[in-house]
Design a protein around this ligand. Sequence first.
Ligand SMILES: NC(=O)c1ccc[n+]([C@@H]2O[C@H](COP(=O)([O-])OP(=O)(O)OC[C@H]3O[C@@H](n4cnc5c(N)ncnc54)[C@H](OP(=O)(O)O)[C@@H]3O)[C@@H](O)[C@H]2O)c1
Length: 260
Amino acid sequence: MRAIPSSVPALVTGASSGIGEEMARQLAARGHGLTLVARRAGKLETLADELRSAHRVAVEVLPADLETAKGRLAVARRLRSRAPWLLVNNAGFATRGRLGELEASRERAEVQVNVVALHELTLAALPGLLAAGAGGILNVASTAALQPVPYMATYGGTKAFVLHFTEALAEEVRGSGVRAMALAPGPVRTEFGEVAGVEDYMDLARAMPVQRCVRVALRALDRGTVICTPGALNQVLAQGPRLAPRVAVRKVTAAIFQPR
Ligand SMILES: NC(=O)c1ccc[n+]([C@@H]2O[C@H](COP(=O)([O-])OP(=O)(O)OC[C@H]3O[C@@H](n4cnc5c(N)ncnc54)[C@H](OP(=O)(O)O)[C@@H]3O)[C@@H](O)[C@H]2O)c1
């Protein structure tokens, strides 16, 4: 399989920091035009200016809150306005704590951003991609998708959806010219740890530099990989939940994420 040509523009959600920002940088360096989506418009504008002058690519800023139907609709409308795209559904966040004690509205928002937005944007982009027989969808899951995650129950559940949904889609579109890939990273150094309150785990797990995570992901996308987990150690650890008894997996994960 060949790389998606740089004539195909990319729409990246969560481009204001971390993995999404680095995706935007590396895609611009490859010559892709970009549409950058997140809530922090100022950060998107600064990044857009930098990428336009460094790589001479067209960069559009589309500020949107993907927690809201209005925000999701604005991005879906943009996706329907042309085809094909490389859609990078990356925006997402995690919460940590006992589910019964966490703020219900924040848990709901987590599902809206991590699942509902990703689902709606995929549905918006897919018909155009299939008609063009080109382009792709890169959905950011996590190694948290591979097992239940006590004390991050909502997060683990949302990422399990992303992984299974994307894997199913990849099989459906096989041979159509369209590709779908789930990126399932282990810990990566971004704002994620601070937002989720899991800095202790990030230190323990030796979080990977974001540049490396994205480089490996884009190479895997070029090859038509369906699930990409950057890093040899992460790939080994990802086998644990498949091989160990489910009850042991739950207990180990609970011990790691139990609030101190
Ligand atoms: N870092 C890790 O260890 C790790 C590991 C596995 C998977 N992941 C996944 O990787 C993805 C990116 O996370 P990251 O590590 O890069 O974290 P990050 O640095 O915190 O970036 C998260 C991005 O999501 C955007 N976002 C959050 N809520 C949003 C909303 N309501 N509407 C629109 N955009 C929103 C943020 O932008 P604004 O705040 O400007 O809206 C930001 O650009 C997430 O899906 C995460 O679950 C991360």
